[in-house]
Design a protein around this ligand. Structure first.
Ligand code: UTP
Length: 288
């Protein structure tokens, strides 16, 4: 099975759950320790061997594209002050991967956002999708895990997490047969089922490997409430017509799209940093 070369990152949502911060700062630019969340997502792409990242952005999201551009002023100052290590930190990523951005002119839903990447990704090759709200901290990146399953099965692959029974109404939930401990053959999908009606405890997290054919299914998806085009209908068609697998992620998932998740992610990522971990642990002991 071929390599996955392209990734789409939909980042045009309004981020209302993080208001007022997101009134003027895109939620994807919220810092996780000292990096904007979107940088961790692009680093995940690089780790999984992605060569081209397509960012889907909207109004007020210009700072995301700026972040992946060369910053002459900053780099010049760091160079003159011989701050090599910091210079490496700000310029490293733009040399590892090409990042292009496309505007989604109106926030018409996740399916529509992914569909905006069609002219760049094309219909002939599978590609990865990463929702930047979901940070997954593990030994290997989540996208890497999905690419591996895609290479074994040749199908689309969904990232899965185990969802507690009282939270199934917040997820797209799947039905499927376990192939082994973590790999699943998906047989059905229900978007946000009522508590007590989910077909399993496996919910979709924000990482996907999808075949190029998904674009034509998105195009055919009727608009729902508020004119939005959801991704789920198109995923169901991929599942029924071409088969789909899932992978229960090895890493731990943080939803940085709400305040609690953002704080938890900051703590978890800070504890991974040897120069911060001891102080932070001592600080937290005063509260718990
Ligand atoms: P969410 O459902 O989390 O919506 O979108 P949101 O607007 O970002 O956040 P809240 O709920 O108002 O706080 C899931 C993902 O889909 C993207 C978002 O950027 C996010 O990564 N998205 C959603 C788009 O790119 N365009 C859309 O029209 C909708």
């Amino acid at each position: 099975m071929g390599k996955i070369r392209k990734a789409v990152i939909p980042a045009a949502g309004l981020g209302t759950r993080l208001l007022p911060a997101t009134k003027s700062v895109p939620k994807e630019m919220m810092p996780i320790v000292d990096k904007p969340a979107i940088q961790l997502i692009v680093e995940e792409c690089v780790e999984a061997g992605i060569e081209l990242v397509v960012l889907i952005t909207g109004r007020y999201k210009g700072s995301i594209s700026d972040h992946f551009d060369v910053s002459y002023e900053v780099e010049d100052v760091l160079e003159r002050k011989a701050k090599g290590e910091l210079l490496e930190k700000v310029s490293h990523l733009s040399s590892m991967v090409d990042v292009v951005s496309i505007r989604q002119h109106r926030p018409l839903g996740l399916g529509h956002a992914v569909g905006c990447a069609r002219p760049i990704v094309g219909d002939d090759e599978p590609f990865a999708v990463l929702l930047p709200d979901d940070l997954i901290l593990g030994e290997r990146s989540a996208t890497h895990e999905l690419v591996e399953v895609h290479q074994e099965t040749g199908t689309g692959v969904l990232a899965l997490v185990e969802v507690p029974p009282e939270k199934v109404n917040l997820y797209g939930m799947i039905a499927g047969e376990r192939m082994d401990n973590r790999r699943v053959r998906c047989t059905d999908m229900v978007e946000k089922p009522a508590v007590g009606t989910a077909p399993s405890n496996m919910g979709i997290a924000g990482r996907y490997v999808l075949p190029g054919s998904v674009f034509s299914y998105i195009e055919e998806t009727p608009r729902g409430v508020g004119g939005e085009i959801q991704l789920t209908d198109a995923l169901l068609r991929v599942m029924r017509e071409e088969g789909m697998h899932g992978k229960l992620l090895e890493g731990m998932r943080y939803d940085t799209g709400d305040a609690g998740g953002l704080v938890r992610a900051n703590i978890a990522y800070a504890l991974e940093r040897p120069e911060l971990a001891d102080d932070l642990r001592a600080f937290m002991r005063r509260f718990v």
